[in-house]
Design a protein around this ligand. Structure first.
Ligand code: PLP
Length: 384
């Protein structure tokens, strides 16, 4: 338990605290910053190389490539997986815009299938109905850090000759069946955006590759070199990671397990107040599954009422993906398969509670108790 978690501040409870986890490593970061500043080597140097090695090892893959952002990682990974104009990529509508944007930028078609209400990830039972002769890839998203059903998804992909690219922007540290999320799929992509669990102090991303040849190609492309792959000549462009970001991420990675322990503790406190039906439920709970808790969500019929109650008690919360992507203006470029009611329901019902490594446990208890009381009232009203 970190010292930060023993001290309730009495101030408004924010959803994130980007500064407190930096304090114990501030001097180390400043010293390393000065070294980089005076080295004159600012982009794609030793820090990036070491970060790639360390995170590839952490994710159990032979190679990882640092790139400019999680969005850029998605774009380049899909391109290297052979997604070309007119192809279709099956994915979830209950995710951040970047998932869909990368597909659209390749002139391919995002194909949305519904999610499972229990964990808000793509429902594997609905994927096969979405496959056509244009389908090239499946892109699961371990949303809020919950593992997707990777064995089922891999089996479907293998049967139909499809690629799997995992958008694990929110899921560094998530484990599915004993293996890191980053070890699944042909490639998986990560974001180092400052609010992510493993953050930089600016933009950054990474592609984890099961095949070193994909990594070699991405290394060329990110530095303006053309590449021949998938019977196509790809242009290079700028998708480089800089030394300052890589250095900060490496320093934070050394503290990742401690921070995750504190996040897990907050999640356990919330779990003790919130009925199972109103929160994340993992299939095969405990059997090789671990959630990284990028966000902690609660499902509530009067979501706006709960948000108001928490706000009036000085607690910040958030609503995400309401409406989901298939209701956005860009959905003209997309195709829906079947009803997407679980995604729409999640958009209406899900509220994101504060969770971060510096959240005082007393605050987590207070928030949990408020949510519990609200849900009990709601249940009593529904019965009467
Ligand atoms: C699911 C998902 N995919 C992709 C991204 C894009 O990452 P970045 O902001 O680093 O481009 C994000 C970032 O929030 C995300 O949450």
């Amino acid at each position: 338990m970190s010292a930060a978690n023993n001290k309730p501040t009495g101030k408004r409870v924010g959803r994130y605290d980007l500064i407190t986890p930096m304090l114990p490593v501030k001097d180390e970061i400043v010293a390393k910053f000065e070294k980089i500043l005076l080295s004159g080597h600012y982009i794609l140097g030793e820090e990036v190389r070491l970060l790639e090695e360390e995170l590839a090892e952490a994710c159990g893959v032979p190679a990882a490539v640092g790139v400019a952002s999680g969005s850029s990682a998605l774009f380049v990974a899909l391109a290297m997986a052979g997604v070309r104009p007119g192809h279709e990529v099956i994915t979830t509508p209950y995710t951040f815009d970047a998932t869909m944007e990368a597909i659209i930028l390749l002139d391919a078609v995002p194909v949305f299938v519904d999610i499972r209400p229990s964990d808000l990830t793509i429902d594997p039972d609905r994927i096969e109905a979405a496959i056509t002769d244009k389908t090239r890839a499946i892109m699961p998203v371990p949303i809020f850090g919950a593992p997707c059903e990777m064995h089922r998804i891999d089996a479907i992909a293998a049967e139909h000759g499809l690629e799997v690219v995992v958008d694990m922007a929110q899921a560094f540290g998530t484990i599915y069946d004993g293996q890191p999320m980053g070890s699944y799929g042909r490639m998986s992509t990560l974001s180092f955006y400052p609010t992510k669990n493993l953050p930089g102090i600016g933009d950054g991303g990474m592609v984890f590759c099961r095949d070193k040849r994909d990594a070699d190609r991405i290394r060329k492309i990110r530095g303006h070199q053309a590449v021949r792959a998938n019977n196509h000549l790809y242009t290079g462009w700028n998708s480089r990671l800089d030394e300052i970001q890589a250095m900060v991420i490496r320093v934070r990675h050394a503290h990742f397990d401690d921070e995750q322990r504190d996040r897990n503790q907050v999640a356990e406190i919330y779990d003790s107040y919130i009925p199972a039906a109103n929160r994340l439920q993992l299939p095969n709970e405990g059997r090789g599954m671990h959630v990284t808790h990028h966000q902690y969500w609660v499902r509530c019929r009067d979501r706006d009422g709960l948000q108001k109650l928490l706000d009036s008690n000085g607690i910040d919360t958030a609503v995400y993906y309401d409406p989901p992507l298939h209701k956005h203006e860009l959905s003209v470029y997309c195709r829906n398969v079947g009803e997407l009611t679980a995604a729409e329901q999640a958009g209406r019902d899900i509220l994101i509670l504060p969770i971060h490594a510096a959240l005082p446990f007393e605050d987590a208890h207070r928030i949990g108790a408020l949510v519990q009381g609200f849900l009990q009232n709601e249940a009593a009203q529904a019965e009467s």
